[in-house]
Design a protein around this ligand. Sequence first.
Ligand code: NAD
Length: 290
Amino acid sequence: MKIGFIGLGNMGAPMAANLAKAGHEVVGFDVAGATAEAVAQAGSAAEAASGADVVICMLPNGDILRRVADEVIPAMERSAILLDCSTVDVASARDVAAQAEAAGLRPLDAPVSGGTGGAQAGTLTFMVGGGADAFAEARPLFDVMGAKAVHCGPSGNGQAAKICNNMILGVTMIATCEAFALADRLGLDRQAMFDVVSTSSGNSWSMSTYCPAPGVGPKSPADNDYRPGFAADLMLKDLRLSQQAAETADADTPMGQLAAELYRSFVEDENGAGRDFSAMLPRFEGRGRS
Ligand code: NAD
């Protein structure tokens, strides 16, 4: 396929490179001049988009996506697919999809999980909103860039799935970290805590796969001085998106709201920026009750 790829950052560059290596003709553009292996460079987003069967975006946020969409939609061939893999707010995803449909294009919102390691290895998971025919047509691209793609329903539902999942993740990580800190103060050994909880009803992915306690459980960022992994800043971004969506939809999400506030203070006031999101454990360790 002929692919335009807009946004060649930490995630976009390896994704674009994997598509090129798989034999697709990929033309990329990034405002910062970033490039990707085996990917031709265009002088603008519109140039990368013109003549493409699929235009993929991997951008920082919804405002930037809207600006890029204004530029690329008029440049795209009718019935081409606009595949946005960025994590953005549900409202931006749905507005851009409506704009693309009105121009005769087929939009898909397909945020990912799996991080930069997954982008490099081609093992991302895609959560996809949009039409079934476009999803089927984009399937070979998902297969190159990822290991799994789930069709979640109409436009915006990919973003909805992503922020709901990450709201659960933020909450369970905080719960796991505060429980470890409590166990410490009660004199309970961390290995014993892990052995019990990882096989009991308190278990979650945050405990059994990504344990925030160093030296306990499988290897995780905790064993690498909390270097990300999944940065607390990105968790904060996703939790904010979940709360923005909850407000729009009038959904009561007290745990998600509290998780967003805890990650906000961790990132903005407590040197959490640039640390893995599981570094909530040393944060709790160092604090008393008040
Ligand atoms: P990044 O900041 O490394 O990359 C974004 C790129 O977009 C940058 O290179 C930037 O120059 C470019 N850009 C900005 N405005 C542009 C414009 N108008 N035109 C063209 N290019 C433009 O970010 P990233 O880590 O690659 O993340 C990209 C998206 O993926 C984000 O929405 C993020 O939330 C999501 N995501 C990231 C991870 C991760 O672990 N990094 C995991 C899952 C999802």
